[in-house]
Design a protein around this ligand. Sequence first.
Ligand code: ATP
Length: 135
Amino acid sequence: MAEKQLLLEVVTPDRLVVSTPADVVVCPGVEGQFGVLVGHVPFLSALQIGEMYYKQGGKTEFLAVSGGFAEVTGEKVTVVAEAAEFGREIDLERAKRARERAEQRLAAARTENIDWARAEAALRRAVMRMKVAGR
Ligand code: ATP
């Protein structure tokens, strides 16, 4: 008989990104990365812009996650994110362009009034997508 597994669901406003059994799920919590195995105590965590991954049958799948929340129960991890992409779905050139735009905006902050937090978050999304791309 198969070992008990978690059910992982990652959803965004646009789509159900994945719904899959998983042996372990690792998420970028705002207070640090956390891992979940079946039987974990229930909790809720805000997520930061970062990489998440899950393992299933010896395979590891990586996703880029742009904020949101994770709800954990003993049987299920539900990630509700503003955006989430598998590494293979990421357009690397697009992420590079987004990084350039964000860097230019932040550099312009010396002379212009810019929305610093917004530009900084765009930069973090772009750099994180570049890291996860192709994984
Ligand atoms: P951009 O300026 O390139 O649009 P962004 O960080 O502003 O980047 P988001 O608002 O985070 O983009 O995402 C908008 C949508 O586009 C989401 O559905 C997200 O999954 C997708 N997306 C963003 N960047 C990429 C990328 N480099 N490759 C694939 N999909 C992406």
